[in-house]
Design a protein around this ligand. Structure first.
Ligand code: UD1
Ligand code: UDP
Length: 377
């Protein structure tokens, strides 16, 4: 079987790495296609190196742009490669513009798409990611929802065949790298941070960064933090803060360290040793509960409701009072802290990558890895 991976951003590289590894362990070298949606060293190459992935076969250098520019350019370039290489299946992961472009280009060439982390829904159609999720799921032939909840979302939309709940490959990635991170990363020493005594912060969502009002609310939260904090800043947020004239204000906050985005090993070690995490990232909400660290999510909805139901994550939006209230409770009520920290990981056992490869190989051998004319026959 000849599988092709299409990816282009930081979280896709991290979450696909266990699947790529599982193919290699099964004796199959997959084709790797990088759209170049993320292109800075610390947003892309660092992960390829740290995760020891094979060389990329095609760099498409799509770069940044408007939604349509980025998606359209990626589609054109991906189609060119798929037409030449004719893989048996195209794997995509998550909900970025790269995923939508890969799924559409592939299915229209009648190359079946396998969607890793299918079925997530925030039920907020104003997010570009929600549109990408829905369309990619409907273009896919084989779907790998991480949880039962995600499977039910697919069922509600009529997608019931070739759906396999396998867990989330984020667990595989954490288990494969957490120990290495503890050994290799000196991030705590570099930033003079003590385990359990700092907050880890990330923010990059369009809905939080694209409006000055929302960014200002974020700045007010950062100015009110009750303990030392570190914030590896996504380039999108840095650009927006600068554009709205807010960057200096953030840089001047005394107990807040702003850094460039960090490599995966540094970031994992920072997560594992944080007192709590405040984020609007999808993957970081998942990693927090896997690593037993309380998470306050700076959003009003989440496509990871399992983390909230399990008790490890609270949606605080950009409400300063609400965020500070939870932080105070975490600092003052030991029992409350323990309850959040010990919430059970809902994303599986860390063998999702292996399962995905086994299922695809079985379908292929049975001649069933094909784009069918209808899901309902
Ligand atoms: C994208 C995904 C988002 C995902 C995130 C992971 C979409 C619609 N969004 O958001 O779901 O959570 O990746 O981090 O696909 N930039 C750089 N250097 C880079 C990459 C980006 O400076 O290497 C800057 C550019 O100014 C760019 C901006 O960041 O315009 C946004 O990048 P883009 O790829 O459009 O979206 P993300 O915010 O990264
Ligand atoms: N991450 C990282 N360095 C950072 C910030 C995040 O390695 O400075 C990792 C993090 O461990 C997680 C992934 O990047 O695996 C999350 O990516 P991001 O928040 O950009 O995207 P999302 O998950 O929201 O799509």
């Amino acid at each position: 079987m000849k599988p092709a991976f299409v990816f282009g951003t930081r979280p896709e590289i991290i979450k696909l790495s266990p699947v790529i590894r599982a193919f290699i362990e099964a004796g199959i070298k997959p084709l790797l296609i990088h759209t170049g949606q993320h292109y800075d060293y610390e947003m892309s190459r660092v992960f390829l190196e740290e995760l020891e992935l094979p060389e990329i076969d095609y760099h498409l250098e799509v770069g940044s742009g408007t939604q349509a520019e980025q998606t359209g350019k990626a589609m054109i370039e991906i189609e060119r490669v798929l037409m030449k290489e004719k893989p048996d299946v195209t794997l995509v992961q998550g909900d970025t513009n790269t995923v939508l472009a890969g799924a559409l280009a592939s299915v229209k060439l009648k190359i079946p798409v396998a969607h890793v982390e299918a079925g997530l829904r925030s039920f907020d159609r104003t997010m570009p990611e929600e549109i990408n999720r829905i369309l990619a799921d409907h273009a896919s032939e084989v779907l790998f929802p991480p949880t039962e909840e995600a499977r039910r979302n697919l069922e509600r939309e009529g997608i019931t065949e070739n759906v396999y709940v396998v867990g989330n490959t984020v667990v595989d990635a954490v288990l494969q790298n957490a120990e290495v991170a503890e050994k290799k990363s000196d991030v705590l020493e570099r930033f003079d941070l003590k385990p359990g005594e700092y907050l880890l912060i990330t923010v990059h969502r369009a809905e939080n960064t694209d409006s000055r009002d929302n960014l200002e609310k974020l700045v007010e939260i950062l100015e009110s933090l009750p303990m030392r904090a570190i914030y590896p800043m996504h380039p999108r947020t840095r650009n927006r803060l600068k554009g709205f004239g807010l960057l200096k204000r953030v840089e001047n906050i005394e107990n807040l360290t702003i850094t460039k985005p960090l490599g995966y090993l540094d970031f994992l070690r920072l997560e594992k040793n944080a007192f709590a995490i405040m984020t609007d990232s999808g993957g970081i909400q998942e990693e927090a509960i896997i690593l037993n660290v309380p998470c306050l999510t700076l959003r009003y909805n989440t496509e990871r409701p399992e983390t909230v139901k399990a008790g490890g994550n609270v949606l605080v939006g950009l409400e300063k009072e609400r965020a500070m209230n939870y932080l105070r409770r975490l600092m003052e009520e030991g029992e409350f802290y323990e309850r959040m920290a010990k919430a059970k990981n809902p994303f599986g056992d860390g063998k999702a990558g292996k399962r995905i490869v086994e299922i695809l190989l079985e379908l292929y051998k049975a001649g069933k890895l094909k784009v069918r004319s209808s899901r309902f026959i």
